[in-house]
Design a protein around this ligand. Structure first.
Ligand code: SF4
Length: 285
């Protein structure tokens, strides 16, 4: 049984545990929510109430597919070919209005794809949408890496494409997603061919820096790499431990220090007026 966030009521009891504690499986998107707030995590990731659809998600998915197909050779590695493919696949019905559809279409065809072509078209990746799975403290950590590229001086660079705003994303030093990707390349024997990783980066396709794509990079020199790896491993270990704790006690509480800006669960959250009980448990007894 799961006590509700404020601890005042019980949720529906299915008579079965929500999870098998011996088969913990995590990914960046799940852990990102957990780091922010346990209540947001259980509602969105465990109970599946997060609405992943919507036009922002559709645009992100379209751009990622186009770039992958371009890297795979199915689309020519030119701005013109990418833009033509985006226009051909554009679906105005995904958007709330024609004006919104056009604004996003222009962002993709005038900014994101041309910027990607300028930055990456001449240097094919070593891998894209690279799937991984590794074990950490008995849990399975899984995901996909957007891109692994070659560094001219030797080694590789891990890239994660972002189609959203830079302001909403943690800097590379603190970015758990990049940290998980770095650990994955070092942990999975089949992926060791991509070592040594010399840098990790976030590529903000919509934003410009001196006329080029805005890329936030963390160079991993031999001086930095050890501390980066151990710091990210500890952070991941702590999160896996929290997942296990939550499975054991099923006590998912809101975090008063959470970033609630993008959380869709305010109507269910006792931290917000719309989520509070209309009748308090004291009054109800
Ligand atoms: S509104 Fe804030 S505190 Fe409440 S569930 Fe969402 S992230 Fe957590």
């Amino acid at each position: 049984m799961i006590p509700l966030a404020g601890g005042s009521r019980d949720w529906t009891d299915t008579g079965r545990p929500l999870h098998d504690p011996d088969a913990v499986r995590v990914s960046y998107s799940r852990l990102e929510k957990l780091e922010n707030c346990a209540l947001q995590y259980v509602l969105g990731e465990e109970l599946g109430l997060e609405d992943r659809a919507g036009y922002h998600a559709w645009v992100g998915s379209l751009v990622h597919s186009l770039l992958q197909e371009c890297e795979d050779g199915a689309i020519e590695r030119t701005e013109e070919a990418l833009v033509a493919a985006a226009n051909a696949r554009w679906r105005p019905r995904e958007f709330p209005s024609r004006a919104v559809s056009e604004a996003f279409r222009r962002a993709v065809t005038d900014r994101m794809l041309p910027a990607w072509a300028r930055e990456y078209a001449e240097t094919p990746s070593l891998a894209r949408e690279l799937r991984f799975e590794f074990e950490l403290d008995g849990a399975t950590v899984a995901g996909y890496i957007d891109r692994v590229g070659r560094v001219q001086t030797g080694g590789t660079i891990i890239t994660d494409y972002k189609t959203g705003k830079k302001a909403n994303t943690a800097v590379p030093e603190e970015n758990l997603q990049l940290g998980i990707y770095y650990l994955a390349l070092n942990a999975v024997p089949e992926l060791r061919g991509y070592l040594p990783v010399k840098a990790v980066e976030l590529a903000f396709l919509k934003e410009r820096s001196r006329g080029m794509i805005s890329r936030a990079q963390l160079p991993l020199t031999s001086k930095v790499a050890g501390g980066y790896e151990s710091g990210m491993r500890e952070r991941l270990r702590e999160l896996v431990h929290r997942v296990r704790e939550l499975i054991a006690n099923e006590n998912y509480r809101p975090n008063p220090a959470a970033n609630c800006f993008h959380c869709r669960f305010k109507p269910l959250c006792p931290m917000f007026p719309e989520g509070r009980d209309v009748v308090t448990s004291e009054a109800a007894t």
